[in-house]
Design a protein around this ligand. Structure first.
Ligand code: DAH
Length: 318
């Protein structure tokens, strides 16, 4: 029996044998039942045999359990020293990052953020901005018109109209949002983002062109985190008078960065504001441009391709 036990190779078989020996109808169980009738010698012998068999089963059981455990450890081990699987962390899109940074700067200067609809009516996108239908400036922007006469907002300037209409003056706000024009090359996308600033207050608070230029300088220098050479050129926009364009020196080139000016009296009038009592400035720019410069990118279309590989390698994976 001892040999038989030693030769068993599975716990199931061992259990079977054990039951056949020590179970209710087991051979040893039967013998033990007869023990009281036995002579003392035979009794002692049976006791010994009983104990030895139990030991043999115990030993084999523990051997088989150890073997099973070792087998399990071989195939199911966990190496706790291994690195965990790399987790894909989300990143902030460069444009979002740019918007957050510009927004933070403007808010620190007292401007409040506004948004507006991307499908605009003619009034907010053009007419109220002193650009009536016969106005040649409408051709400056190749617009996407809808059948009902509405337009995919070509400029966030529309938001300053909505802000003045609903909030009234004095007002210090910036509008942010997507804008749309029929153009497409490395530096132009049919959809892009603009940020628009507006500050209008009583005439006797003396908001002037110098305040405008200083605001733009603070905004750009804080955004690019360095001193900048800035150039102001006279320009034309229907909604400002006088109008300027702002360039910054980038390497050895001057780059046009934004349009601005003193809000045209007609624009104020269109929003129910008396230009004899109030005046102010406005400025507007594409945030894609700022993002491209700050992060050293040369193709605006990459911003909108949604290519995760590009995002990972664009240096924003912070
Ligand atoms: N809306 C102009 C554009 O899209 C940018 C602009 C110029 C905005 C002058 C302004 C401004 O507020 O004063 O080209």
């Amino acid at each position: 029996m001892q040999e038989q036990i030693k030769n068993i190779n599975t716990l199931e078989e061992l259990q079977e044998l054990y039951t056949s020996v020590f179970g209710k109808n087991g051979t040893m169980t039967a013998k033990l039942k007869e023990m009281s009738k036995m002579a003392p010698d035979a009794r002692a012998k049976l006791n010994k045999e009983n104990a030895a068999l139990r030991d043999a089963f115990k030993i084999r059981q523990s051997e088989l359990e150890t073997a099973a455990l070792n087998q399990k450890l071989k195939t199911e081990y966990v190496d706790v020293t291994l690195d965990t699987e790399p987790k894909n962390r989300g990143t902030i899109h460069p444009l979002t990052e740019t918007l957050l940074q510009v927004g933070t700067i403007l808010e620190s200067l007292g401007f409040e953020m506004w948004t507006g609809p991307e499908i605009e009516d003619d009034w907010h996108n053009f007419t109220a901005l002193n650009t009536p239908s016969y106005h040649p400036a409408r051709d400056m922007q190749d617009s996407f018109f809808l059948d009902n006469g509405n337009v995919l907002r070509t400029q966030t300037s529309a938001i300053q109209i909505r802000a003045m209409e609903t909030h009234g003056v004095p007002i210090k706000m910036f509008g942010v949002g997507r804008t749309y024009r029929k153009e497409m090359d490395a530096t132009h996308s049919p959809m892009f983002g603009q940020i628009e600033g507006l500050y209008v207050d009583k005439i006797d608070t003396h908001i002037t062109m110098s305040d405008l230029v200083a605001t733009i300088r603070v905004l750009l220098e804080r955004f690019f985190e360095r001193k900048l050479e800035m150039r102001i050129r006279p320009s034309y926009f229907p909604f400002t008078e006088p109008s300027i364009e702002v360039d910054i020196k980038w390497g050895d080139k001057w780059l046009e960065i934004m349009g601005a000016g003193m809000v045209h009296p007609n624009v104020l009038r269109n929003c129910g504001v008396n230009p004899d009592e109030f005046q102010g400035f406005a400025f507007g720019f594409g945030w894609d441009r700022l993002a491209m410069l700050k992060f050293g990118l040369n193709d605006i279309r990459q911003f909108y391709d949604g290519d995760v590989r590009w995002l990972k390698n664009s240096g924003f994976d912070a």
